[in-house]
Write a protein that binds this ligand. Structure first.
Ligand code: ZN
Length: 272
């Protein structure tokens, strides 16, 4: 049983449709919107589209949202539209209670190799953005471990140490100080104008413990609830999404929604 309906693609809007469909499948977004009296016009239009998706019938045209955010969905001719850019822009244009669902925090700790003094700064984040290499098919967990590996700052990147009053080699380590309710992991597959087609193995459960800052309580396990993916090449691409509903996985392809096992869905899409 799939329920709900798809979204009509009114001209190169698959990236918008996939984004709405993925956001619409997040229970916490629906709940937060119902429980808050704070909203923005973009949020109202987005939630209108999401509510329409839950109805039965023919595909819905997400015109209210398209008319509200023309600046977010126009892109230069020839450049591929970017669902990730749109997703981040959208969640920054909605009210605080919903934004909080996606808001994480990371600490960057730099240690001077000369005096061993450490300096920590924290930044709010809305995603973890990972580079995908064309020649490596390491798993998501391996890529995350690599992302949180200490990095050596040296040469031109050497660290100016306020204690030593001199530039020294230093190590920089990132760690999570707050894991958001909904974690967005961005896989950068469009790099320098090229689409990376490498397959990246991943599990539907992600243990965040290895990436937590020291002293952070309650290790969290995240469960996959949706994937927005770009199929095809840079020149000829198409965005689709798959979301979890109960124990089922629902692929959304603009107006078409169906049902699949995640395994079969991924297996039959070598470009995912
Ligand atoms: Zn120092």
């Amino acid at each position: 049983m799939t329920g709900g309906r798809g979204l009509r693609n009114c001209g190169n809007k698959c990236f918008l449709n996939a984004t709405i469909q993925c956001l619409g499948a997040i229970h916490e977004v629906n709940q937060a919107h119902l429980l808050t009296n704070k909203s923005t016009t973009t949020q109202d239009k987005l939630m209108t589209c999401i509510r329409e998706l839950q109805k039965k019938g023919t595909a819905y045209t997400p015109s209210p949202l398209i008319q509200q955010i023309p600046h977010l969905i126009c892109y230069r001719k020839g450049d591929p539209a970017d669902a990730h850019e749109l997703l981040i822009a959208l969640i920054n244009d909605i009210s605080e209670p919903i934004l909080q669902i996606f808001q994480g925090q990371m600490a960057s700790t730099v240690q001077c190799t000369h005096c061993n003094k450490t300096t920590t700064t924290t930044v709010n984040t809305q995603d973890i953005s990972l580079h995908i290499n064309a020649d490596s098919s390491t798993s998501l967990v391996e890529k995350l471990l690599n992302f949180f590996q200490p990095e050596t700052l040296e040469g031109e990147n050497a660290y100016w140490c306020d204690t030593c009053h001199k530039s020294y080699q230093a190590t920089k380590t990132l760690s999570c100080t707050h894991i958001p309710t909904i974690l967005i992991i961005h896989l950068r597959k469009l790099i320098l104008g090229e689409k990376i087609q490498t397959h990246m193995p991943f599990d539907t459960v992600l243990d965040m413990k290895p990436y937590l800052a020291p002293g952070q309580a309650s290790p969290q396990t995240m469960e996959l609830i949706g994937i927005i993916s770009h199929q095809g090449t840079k020149e000829q691409g198409h965005y689709v999404t798959i979301t979890k509903r109960g124990n089922d996985w629902i692929p959304h392809n603009d107006a078409i929604i169906s049902q699949a096992t995640l395994h079969n869905y991924i297996k039959h899409r070598p470009t995912s």
